[in-house]
Design a protein around this ligand. Structure first.
Ligand code: 5GP
Ligand code: ZN
Length: 115
């Protein structure tokens, strides 16, 4: 369920501070510490899974639902003009934290973000 050496498990437990913007039974959303755009946040399952290959389908579905709630929220509250949902699976694909997470990256007209 939880890995004592995992950064996002510690964030989920509240042992490391984060700016939490949403939570429910299975998922938590919090602001990315190094945002690519205004409102960039991460959605994680409370239960530890290292990546897309390992996550339970129920947790993946719950994370996806929360990501949609967050995409709607940044569109309404931050007036985002678009949203990227991104998951990186494995070091070759740029995954750096090995607790499954979905990036919710608001996009704004004229931004120069390169993903
Ligand atoms: P990845 O590169 O694995 O797809 O994404 C990991 C993300 O976690 C990065 O965007 C990085 O900025 C974010 N991150 C790393 N450490 C922390 C932290 O301690 N707190 C928060 N809020 N985000 C973090
Ligand atoms: Zn974890």
């Amino acid at each position: 369920m939880s890995d004592p050496n995992c950064l996002f498990c510690k964030i989920a437990a509240g042992d490391i501070p984060s700016t939490r913007v949403y939570e429910d039974e299975r998922t938590i959303a919090f602001m990315d510490i190094n945002p690519g755009s205004r409102g960039h946040l991460l959605v994680i399952p409370r239960a530890h899974s290292k990546d897309l290959l390992a996550i339970e389908p129920e947790d993946l579905a719950a994370v996806t639902r929360t990501a949609q709630v967050m995409a709607r929220r940044v569109t309404e509250k931050l007036s985002a003009d678009g949203v990227n949902l991104i998951n990186s699976c494995g070091p070759l694909a740029w995954q750096t934290v090995f607790h499954f997470h979905m990036h919710v990256i608001p996009r704004y007209e004229g931004d120069t973000l390169r993903l």
